[in-house]
Design a binder for this molecule. Structure first.
Ligand code: SF4
Length: 181
């Protein structure tokens, strides 16, 4: 093995270790922006309380400016009138950034099947983690948060809205008319 190959190997090892350290630091220092519109907000607040203690995951400190946040929590029903506001908030966040669909209304539109409701926020912004439920229990929220941490550790980013086709299989079934929950 020549000197050049050995140096390249050392560089790869260092950048891999640096990426792993950055991923570890990022996943335990989540600054979330809560975009709360409806009843799911109650469970979002319950998860933040001491009984479930979201601080254990390094995610207990919400920011109320999207420019200072790296994870967007979309919590509650999104109407078409509100959709441009949600998109603008997402666009204002710095990279790298992640988005969580909290509750079945944000995942698929939920039981709303009408002209006013967005049928899933992944038709507007990229979604990294879906947490279904009406509303999801705090345990589900923590499970979703741990899945998000895995993605952050690996540096995996959703970079485009996917719509129903990009959803987990169980949510694609839920999207059938008349089977929203
Ligand atoms: S999923 Fe259920 S609890 Fe959450 S916003 Fe929709 S209707 Fe309300």
């Amino acid at each position: 093995m020549g000197q050049g190959t050995a140096d390249a190997g050392k560089l790869n090892w260092m950048t891999t270790k640096l990426d792993a350290a950055l991923g570890w630091a990022r996943k335990f220092s989540i600054f979330q922006y809560p975009f709360v519109t409806a009843c799911c907000g109650m469970e979002y607040m319950a998860t933040a309380c001491s009984h479930y203690d979201v601080d254990r995951f390094g995610a207990g400190f919400p920011r109320f400016s999207p420019r200072q946040a790296d994870v967007l929590f979309v919590v509650g029903t999104i109407s078409h009138k509100m959709a441009p506001v949600l998109k603008r908030i997402y666009d204002q966040m710095m990279e790298p950034k992640w988005a969580v669909a909290f509750g079945v209304c944000t995942c698929t539109g939920g039981f709303y099947d009408n002209y006013a409701t967005v049928m899933g926020i992944d038709t507007i912004i990229p979604v990294d983690v879906y947490i279904p439920g009406c509303p999801p229990r705090p345990e589900n929220v923590l499970d979703g948060l741990m899945k998000l941490q895995d993605k952050i550790q690996l540096g995996t980013l959703a970079d485009a809205p996917t719509g129903p086709e990009g959803r987990p299989a169980e949510l694609r079934v839920l999207h059938q008319p008349g089977a929203h929950l």
